[in-house]
Design a protein around this ligand. Structure first.
Ligand SMILES: *Cc1c(COP(=O)(O)O)cnc(C)c1O
Length: 378
């Protein structure tokens, strides 16, 4: 019996060939492959502009900068998210303010946002947590009239849909992750997408030290034009090696999402027959890529979350505790927050089930057997 991992990227010979080609070309840093990946990603996500970055964390940082968030502003974020969401606010000197989340989707809603929006709120970072699309139109209906920019943290959500379009398509600016824990990977990597041409142009500059002439332009011209550095900026570039992998992965995305949704439906069917477990599901207004397929362990279940994790480990199944609560981390001990009861409950009582493209039906059955009978197994 071999171990069942919680997540495994789906990489193959096409990625190997694509990277080899880049190495043979002699151009490995940000160049033509990055440009091609940006174009393909923008087309696929139905957005006019895409700017590749070194990670989603750096894309979030740039998103807040181009959205005009400044030191002293407040940025509302869910605590129920990977810590990068809140960290981005601090990178620009803003104060992160935590909002609670909806108990069903794990996402921000107008109801959870309303109590924490204030006169200093400059932006809201709305996460498509675990791939479940946030109800962006509802959030924007609240924020737009207040002049509050909504940044979509779509780190988990490539291949998820919102009102029959890709997630992120309706956002002023969105940030994406290509870490191997997500459904489309470039090793490390990210993307910023935006509907504003000027925001895209500024993000492109900020990712390479605000140089007036891009590195690619400089290196392709024999007599390089002199460059100027227009403002304080960063090196947040993606490499052509990563972009070559990303182009292949983007082609795989529909098949990956289809398989993930089939496997999630398998879990849903099994869990429906088990008293005391609730599986995350599609909201009425969209579809999830099930990047994180989590179950909530309710009081009627024969084990608690830790007990279920142990039972799975005994069957050599690697599951993970649910999404973190950022406000409980030492790095946020100094940040005052109001009560976040749903965040704490979901963080304490959920776990993420194994789900990846290559997971076999028999491996999934092993997981389901434990879910059905966590105690008294021999
Ligand atoms: C993974 C993740 C990030 C960070 O992505 P990186 O590419 O690793 O920087 C940010 N936000 C959310 C919601 C994530 O899940």
């Amino acid at each position: 019996m071999s171990r069942v991992n919680v997540m495994q990227p789906w990489l193959g010979e096409e990625e190997v060939a694509a990277v080899s080609e880049v190495i043979r070309s002699g151009w490995v840093a940000q160049g033509p492959r990055v440009a091609a990946f940006e174009d393909a990603f923008a087309a696929s996500m139905q957005v006019p502009h895409a700017v590749a970055t070194s990670s989603c964390t750096t894309a979030l940082h740039l998103a807040l900068l181009v959205a005009g968030v400044r030191a002293g502003d407040e940025v509302v974020v869910p605590s129920f998210s990977f810590i990068a969401t809140a960290n981005a606010a601090r990178y620009v000197g803003a104060r992160p303010v935590f909002a609670d989340v909806d108990p069903v989707t794990g996402n921000l809603t107008p109801a959870t946002l309303a109590p924490v929006l204030g006169p200093r709120t400059r932006a809201v970072v709305a996460v498509d947590q675990g791939g479940v699309p946030v109800d962006l139109a509802a959030v924007r209906a609240l924020c737009d009239p207040l002049g509050v920019v909504v940044v979509e943290d779509a780190a988990c959500a490539a291949g998820s849909t919102y009102r029959d379009r890709p997630v992120g398509a309706g956002a002023d600016v969105a940030a994406w992750s290509f870490h191997p824990r997500k459904v489309l990977t470039t090793g490390e990597g990210g993307m910023l997408t935006t509907t504003h041409r000027d925001w895209a142009e500024r993000a492109r500059r900020l990712r390479e030290h605000a140089m007036s002439v891009s590195a690619a332009e400089r290196h392709t011209s024999v007599l390089a034009p002199p460059e100027e550095y227009l403002e304080l900026a960063y090196n947040y570039r993606m490499t052509d090696l990563q972009a070559a992998v990303g182009l292949v992965q983007l082609g795989r995305l529909p098949a990956v999402v289809e398989r993930r949704r089939t496997l999630a439906a398998g879990y849903a069917k099994a869990v429906a027959a088990v008293e005391g477990l609730r599986l995350v599901q599609d909201p009425p207004y969209g579809t999830s890529n099930f990047q994180s397929c989590w179950v909530e362990v309710l009081p009627g279940y024969p084990a608690d979350r830790e007990g279920l994790l142990r039972a799975l480990a005994e069957a050599d199944v690697s599951a993970r505790r649910g999404i973190m609560a950022t406000h409980r981390q030492p790095a946020y001990a100094h940040v005052e927050t109001g009560p976040l009861p749903v965040t704490e409950r979901l963080s304490d009582h959920t776990l993420i089930l194994p789900l990846f493209h290559q997971l076999t039906d028999s491996e999934q059955s092993r997981v389901v057997d434990v879910l059905a009978r966590p105690a008294g197994r021999s």
